[in-house]
Design a protein around this ligand. Structure first.
Ligand SMILES: *Cc1c(COP(=O)(O)O)cnc(C)c1O
Length: 192
């Protein structure tokens, strides 16, 4: 059985390690990568064990923009920045700061349910504190209030009651705190 880890979103320092599978102590046969790999330039990669990758016939693995020189240059620069600024460590700092801020808000407002994630890939659930039921309406209204205050959030989840936080790994502490503060205030502003 071939084990493929999709690290397109979790890879490249996002979760506080080069790849999220490192946290689990597992070694995939194939890893897919994209997104953070080139700091926003379009690039993706499929990396795997030689016996798998070399089994594809010549030309059997390709893409319209495969090997784009500009994107590859961007990836080299992005990866070099991740190394020189130790952005995995920065992702762990971001987790500490954001989770701390969210937990403080949760103590005051039990509608903030589960706080979860790893590194700079975090999320909160908004729920009815009495029943724990997902509160999509609160989520949407809070997102609207936050947007009017200048912070665009990403709402998601099967029940539409999740707000995700994936800040840039190069964000300053001040800007991060200000942004999370806007979201927390927006939730507080929406009365129960
Ligand atoms: C964005 C994303 C994809 C799709 O990546 P493309 O490079 O647009 O094909 C796949 N898996 C995960 C986890 C993603 O976040």
């Amino acid at each position: 059985m071939v084990f493929i880890a999709d690290e397109i979103q979790t890879g490249f320092a996002r979760t506080g390690a080069w790849f999220a599978c490192e946290h689990e102590g597992v070694e995939p046969d194939i890893i897919t990568t994209a997104k953070g790999i080139a700091g926003g330039m379009p690039l993706s990669g499929v990396t795997g064990r030689a016996e798998i990758m070399d089994s594809v016939h010549s030309g059997g693995l390709g893409g319209t923009y495969a090997g784009s020189p500009v994107s590859c240059a961007a990836a080299l620069a992005a990866i070099s920045t991740m190394e020189s600024q130790d952005l995995s460590d920065r992702a762990r700092q971001i987790e500490q700061q954001v989770v701390g801020q969210l937990k403080a808000a949760q103590e005051k407002d039990p509608r903030i349910g589960e706080i979860r994630g790893r590194g700079a890939m975090l999320a909160i659930e908004l729920v009815d504190p009495a029943t724990g039921a997902p509160d999509a309406q609160l989520t949407n209204t809070a997102a609207e209030v936050a947007r009017n205050a200048g912070v665009i959030t990403l709402t998601c989840g099967t029940y539409g009651n999740v707000i995700r936080f994936l800040p840039p790994l190069t964000i300053s502490d001040e800007l991060l705190s200000e942004g999370i503060g806007v979201v927390v205030d927006a939730i507080a502003e929406v009365s129960a």
